[in-house]
Design a protein around this ligand. Sequence first.
Ligand SMILES: Cc1cc2nc3c(=O)[nH]c(=O)nc-3n(C[C@H](O)[C@H](O)[C@H](O)COP(=O)(O)O)c2cc1C
Length: 179
Amino acid sequence: MKTLIIAAHPDLGVSQANRALIDAVKGEQGIFVHDLYAEYPDWNIDVAREHRLLTEHDRIVLQFPFYWYSTPPLLKKWFDDVILSGWAYGPGGYRLKGKEFMVATTAGGTEKSFQAGGDNWYAMSEYLKPIQGTINKCSGVFLPPFVVYDANRADGSRLQQEGRRYAEHIRMPYRVLVH
Ligand SMILES: Cc1cc2nc3c(=O)[nH]c(=O)nc-3n(C[C@H](O)[C@H](O)[C@H](O)COP(=O)(O)O)c2cc1C
């Protein structure tokens, strides 16, 4: 299985959590890390290149720090620019059909806070519904997400542990992930 990680952190230079996740999988066989903010400093996304990358991989991981209950802005722009009618959905748009998509996100909030009655009210899976909807629209397969909670308080050893958990999670076969 060929896995594409589309990483979207506005400043990996100051990141701890996303940096640790990338370090845990970068260079692994079958995994290609595509750093959106590094590739497109002018935000001018090469749509044909993105389409090629998507076509060449079986599983796409969207990795980002959770910002205001959503994605950082360049990843939102990536969706707007790349997920096109006639290519990804709509008449003649079948290129993502059956492809596996997974969100990997890091959040400042604790896991306990992301539930009814908690500080963040809803589970992470609720906040990810716009992405899930987009993948469903393209007949892709939306897999259970990988989430690092309480990310700003993670020390080096927890970040390493999360990195190992990430490496396992993104390699898990569909059947294991969904049951
Ligand atoms: C602009 C901004 C918005 C944020 N919004 C949220 C949020 O809505 N919920 C949350 O749990 N954490 C939020 N955070 C915390 C980040 O998710 C957290 O700092 C990040 O995941 C840590 O990852 P990093 O070390 O790779 O930067 C926000 C941080 C920033 C800078």
